[in-house]
Write a protein of this length. Sequence first.
Length: 165
Amino acid sequence: MTKKDMRGGNYAAELQSKETYRERRRRLAEKLGEGTFVIWGAGDDRGYGDVGTFRQSSDFFYLSGVELPNAIIVLRPAEVDGDMLFLPPRNENVERWTGPKWGPGEEAADALGFAQVMSSQPDEIVLDSRRRPVPGFEGRLQGWLSEPGATLWTPLPPVASSTEL
């Protein structure tokens, strides 16, 4: 019997392989052509001690199999590594209560079937004895949108219907 890694999102691969989700993203990117496609996963605003189950948005789950809150998928067909997943950095204090989660890095990319899994939050690294900024999702998106002829594809939330006239 093999031990299963139950960090949020990985158990979805038990239903379908990561290659299935990767193929779905590839087909979508092929249809979109050029540009940047962004889809936001569901957020989780439960506080400490709140009881309940997180549910990922159906569209996001269909493309990724990932059930982690506040995740973002980016597809950039023009790039060799065109499918990226952005995750919040790991927080040991929260994980004590919620259990271990995947965070940015190569291990998550391999396990979840993405070319890259990066931090959604800006950070910095020390290189040549100097601090260098590393952009998070918003910084990278700003860069992509400043490219000549940039196109952004993103699903919009449904408009609430009103019964009042």
